[in-house]
Design a protein around this ligand. Structure first.
Ligand code: HMG
Ligand code: MG
Length: 284
């Protein structure tokens, strides 16, 4: 039997947080509902962050209330602090993703806090999640390169990964936020992080600015990573990361993994429909 690799669909969150066009909630809901027919185990729907910081996702509660839930899929959302966590839980999230940076410059730009402060901010959120038995996913951004600070020291990524693990994250997604990683730079970083957590607890989260995301994903698979983030239609980017392009497209990753003999459990025809809808949402 083919080995399974999970693709986590992050397009509704990572993609739509960055669109210039104000995508109406009804269109977001239609995209999530179509994605829910593709066969993902997890779909990252939206973020309960400050609407001043990310106005594109100010309708998070409305979107979460209206999507059609299906057995077999977990609906995850981002939260930057305890307030966001409470809103996420009230909205019925099955998993909450917290996010920190490996670099100080991006931490300030994205969270208005140093790396250490951002981890302290997450402590009450983590405690609440523990009490609720809410699964926590941790993101680390700028794992190889930062637009403010330059190359990231792999040891810094490992330190932040250990801190997120200690906060209770069951999985840590390693973000090549700028999409500039090479298989070598990503593998060097992974070698440091796997000193803290096994590859089976890591996910690879590639933006595809330089067109090398598939090679980077292959390098991660080689070190035992079996969870790959992707965004349908290649949506994506971070409003606070200058130069960051879209996430690697889900349909591209799914086809690549299939060619390499992995099973993803995704319906390619439905996925193509969702990719077409994602492109239409962009242009309105
Ligand atoms: P701050 O300005 O330092 O904090 O922001 P604050 O406490 O003063 O809050 C600012 C305003 O937001 C206040 O309202 C708060 O009440 C409100 P105002 O007085 O302006 O009316 N507020 C909230 N509202 C709703 N929900 C909340 C919430 N918290 C505060 N949870 C803060 C600090 C962390 C809030 C802010 O920096 C923030 O929200 N940042 C989020 C930025 C973001 O979402 N970036 C994109 C996601 S990360 C990413 O894309 C990377 C990733 O994909 C991985 C990768 O690619 O590397 C995950
Ligand atoms: Mg991202």
């Amino acid at each position: 039997m083919a080995e399974f690799v999970e693709i986590v669909e992050v397009g509704p969150r990572d993609g739509l947080q960055n669109e210039k066009r104000a995508v109406p909630a009804a269109e977001k809901i239609a995209l999530v509902d179509l994605l829910s027919q593709v066969g993902f185990r997890r779909i990252e729907v939206t973020s309960f962050v400050s609407p001043t910081w990310v106005p594109q996702l100010a309708d998070a509660a409305e979107v979460m209330a209206e999507i059609a839930r299906r057995p077999g899929t977990r609906w995850s959302v981002l939260a930057p602090n305890l307030r966001g966590y409470h809103a996420a839980r009230a909205a019925g999230a099955d998993e909450v993703a917290v996010f920190v940076s490996a670099s100080e410059g991006f931490s300030r730009a994205n969270l208005n806090a140093s790396v250490a402060e951002s981890l302290v901010r997450l402590a009450p959120l983590a405690e609440a999640a523990r009490e609720d038995a809410m699964p926590l996913r941790g993101y680390i951004s700028m794992v190889v390169d930062c637009p403010f600070d330059g190359p990231t020291d792999p040891a810094a990524v490992a330190r932040v990964a250990a801190a997120l693990r200690d906060l209770g994250c069951h999985e840590i997604a390693l973000g090549d936020t700028l999409g500039r990683a090479t298989p070598d730079s990503f593998a060097r970083m992974l070698a440091a992080v796997t000193g803290e957590l096994p590859g089976t607890r890591l996910a690879v989260h590639c933006h595809d600015t330089a067109g090398r995301a598939l090679e980077v994903i292959d390098a991660a698979l080689e070190q035992g990573v079996r969870v790959v983030d992707a965004a349908v239609g290649g949506l994506g980017g971070c409003p606070y990361a200058p130069g960051a392009a879209g996430n690697v497209a889900t349909e591209t990753v799914a086809a690549h993994l299939a060619r390499r003999g992995y099973a993803t459990g995704l319906d390619a025809a439905r996925l193509a429909e969702a990719a077409a809808l994602a492109q239409r949402l962009r242009t309105g």
